[in-house]
Design a protein around this ligand. Structure first.
Ligand code: GAL
Length: 330
C-alpha cells in the first residue's frame, strides 16, 4: 500500500515538472505544476514589470460550450514550470449591447500601463458566428487578475477579428503599444493605443491583404510581423513580413515568405513572438515563435508549438522544426 502511494506521489511530481521537462517539446501535452494540462490557447506573454517573471494568458479549454470560455492565466519564473492562476476573465463578466452572450473570447493579450498602473487585456470579442467583430478590453491591478471588463467596441470604427497587441519595448523603454488586427478580414490594420490603453487612435500602417494570427516583434531597427492566411482552424502556410523602416508610422511591409517552408507551418498558427534573453550570448535576444496546433476538429486536444527563429541576416530568416530544444542552447 505504502509503495503504491509512493509511486502515485512520484508519478504526480514527475508529471508536474516534466513532460516538457527542461526542454520545450512542441505539439505534446504540457502540464502545469499541479500536473494538469495547460489550457491557454492563442497565447500572449506578459513579462512582469517588477520581477521579470512570465505571465501566460490564453483561451481556456476549447470545449464545445461557449459558456465555459474565458481567459486563463499561468505564471512562471523560469518559462518552463507554469502555475495555474485560474480563469482571470470569465464569460459572465462580459456584456455588450447587441447579441447576447455567451461570446467568443479569443486571442487575449495583456500589457502593463505605467501611467495608470493597470494591467490591460485586449481580446477578440465576437458572437458565436463571428458576425459581431469587436474587441473587448479589461483591466486589473494585478497580473494574476481578476480582470474587470471595461468595454467592447470596433476599434477605429472598423469590424475587427483576429488581433494582437504589440508593446514596442526598446531596451526597457516603451515607445508605444499597438493593436494589430484583421480589419473585417480584408486587410491588416495597425493602430496605436491611447494613453490609458483603453482605445485606439487611428490606423497608421496596413498590409493590404487579409492575414491573421498576427505577431509583431522588433529586431535590429526593423519590425517583423508573423502572420497566417485565413483558413479557420485548419493550418496554412505562414508569411513573415519586415517593415521598410524603423518606424511603425506609415510602415510598408515586405514579404519574406514562409520561414518554416512547411505548407501547414508544422500544423500550427501563429499567435505571439517573444524576444527572449540569450543564454549563449548574454546581452542579446533570440525570438521564440509561439503557435497553436488547433488539432481541429478535436480542439480539446489543441497543443502548443514554440520554436526559435534563426536569423542569418535581417531578411534571411528561417523557423526550423526541432523535436525538442532547450533555452540553454540559444
Ligand atoms: C481562425 C482564427 C482562430 C479562430 C478560428 C475559428 O481564423 O485565427 O483564432 O478564430 O479562425 O475558425
Amino acid at each position: 500500500m505504502q509503495s503504491l502511494l509512493l509511486l502515485i506521489v512520484l508519478l504526480r511530481v514527475s508529471n508536474s515538472l516534466n513532460l516538457n521537462g527542461n526542454e520545450i517539446i512542441s505539439g505534446t501535452v504540457w502540464n502545469d505544476t499541479d500536473g494538469n494540462r495547460i489550457e491557454a490557447h492563442a497565447t500572449g506573454i506578459l513579462i512582469d514589470p517588477e520581477d521579470q517573471s512570465y505571465w501566460w494568458y490564453g483561451e481556456s479549454k476549447k470545449t464545445s460550450n461557449l459558456s465555459d470560455h474565458g481567459v486563463n492565466c499561468y505564471h512562471s519564473k523560469d518559462f518552463i514550470h507554469w502555475t495555474n492562476q485560474g480563469q482571470v476573465l470569465q464569460q459572465s463578466q462580459v456584456s455588450i449591447p447587441g447579441p447576447a452572450g455567451p461570446y467568443v473570447l479569443a486571442r487575449p493579450k495583456v500589457v502593463f500601463n505605467l501611467k495608470t498602473s493597470l494591467f490591460v487585456m485586449w481580446f477578440h470579442l465576437d458572437s458565436s458566428n463571428y458576425g459581431y467583430r469587436y474587441v473587448g478590453v479589461a483591466t486589473s491591478q494585478h497580473p494574476q487578475g481578476p480582470f474587470q471588463f471595461i468595454h467592447g467596441f470596433q476599434p477605429d470604427g472598423i469590424p475587427s477579428l483576429d488581433m494582437n497587441l504589440f508593446e514596442d519595448n526598446q531596451n526597457g523603454t516603451v515607445k508605444g503599444v499597438y493593436l494589430i488586427r484583421s480589419c473585417n478580414n480584408q486587410y491588416v490594420g495597425i493602430s496605436q493605443l491611447n494613453d490609458d490603453y483603453l482605445n485606439t487612435t487611428g490606423i497608421i500602417s496596413r498590409i493590404s491583404e487579409p492575414r491573421e494570427g498576427h505577431a509583431v516583434f522588433f529586431r535590429n531597427n526593423r519590425y517583423y510581423m508573423m502572420t497566417s492566411h485565413l483558413t479557420g482552424w485548419a493550418p496554412n502556410a505562414a508569411e513573415l513580413f519586415i517593415s521598410n523602416s524603423n518606424s511603425l508610422i506609415d510602415a510598408q511591409w515586405i514579404s519574406l515568405g514562409n520561414p518554416t517552408h512547411s505548407s501547414t507551418t508544422f500544423n500550427s498558427q501563429s499567435t505571439f513572438v517573444l524576444p527572449f534573453p540569450s543564454r549563449k550570448n548574454p546581452g542579446e535576444l533570440f525570438y521564440i515563435y509561439m503557435g497553436d496546433r488547433w488539432n481541429a476538429p478535436d480542439l480539446l486536444d489543441a497543443s502548443y508549438i514554440w520554436l526559435p527563429y534563426q536569423f542569418y541576416s535581417d531578411t534571411n530568416v528561417t523557423l526550423p522544426w526541432l523535436d525538442k530544444w532547450s533555452l540553454d542552447d540559444y
